[in-house]
Design a protein around this ligand. Structure first.
Ligand code: HEC
Length: 155
């Protein structure tokens, strides 16, 4: 006796596997953002008073400075806690480390935040981040002191 619909279920499972293989190495930055970042930084990157600073319109200008290019991947890898001023508002919450995400997911979410929320202020020669940026950081996670210095330098 064979269960009805079993063949269709197998074909569906196979289609999922093929889709997963095709997308390996190309994580969906918006999906990562919506799952892990939006609760604090809000779906549109506007931030939330008393919770998390805006990511919209505040990061693009940093990408023209070497320090700023180190800052964004660095804060995703190490996290940061303490006082941070953004657009005249002081935040004192905790930005968690996202080192549990894959290098592909980290690159995708960094590129999503820049393209979706900071497109107008990116330098003309801006190059997207790659997974290699994040794999290199795993053995040399930046300290909070370094992150604050890079942020200040790229202000
Ligand atoms: C639990 C809430 C929370 C979540 C979830 C969160 N963040 Fe943050 N994020 C913060 C806080 C709070 C700060 C400010 C940290 C400080 O005061 O040192 C911050 C700071 C930042 C900054 C630096 C902003 C600046 O102006 O320098 C970036 C970039 C950032 N987060 C990106 C992300 C991304 C991308 C994700 C998802 C992978 C994420 N955050 C998830 C709370 C959060």
């Amino acid at each position: 006796m064979s269960a009805p619909g079993q063949g269709a279920a197998h074909r569906f499972a196979l289609a999922l596997l093929v889709a997963a293989a095709a997308s390996a190495g190309a994580a969906d930055g918006k999906a990562v953002y919506d799952a892990h970042c939006a609760a604090c930084h809000q779906p549109d990157g506007a931030g939330a008073l008393g919770l998390a600073p805006p990511l919209a319109g505040t990061l693009g200008k940093r990408m023209s400075a070497g320090a700023g290019r180190q800052y964004l991947p660095g804060i995703l890898m190490s996290g940061l806690a303490g006082r941070m001023e953004s657009k005249g508002v002081v935040y004192t919450g905790v930005m968690p480390s996202w080192q549990q995400l894959s290098d592909d997911e980290l690159a995708a979410v960094a590129n999503h935040v820049l393209a979706a929320f900071n497109g107008a202020s990116l330098p003309a020669d801006h190059q997207p981040f790659t997974a290699a940026t994040f794999s290199a950081l795993r053995d040399s996670k930046p300290t909070a002191k370094a992150l604050r210095a890079w942020r200040a330098e790229s202000d």
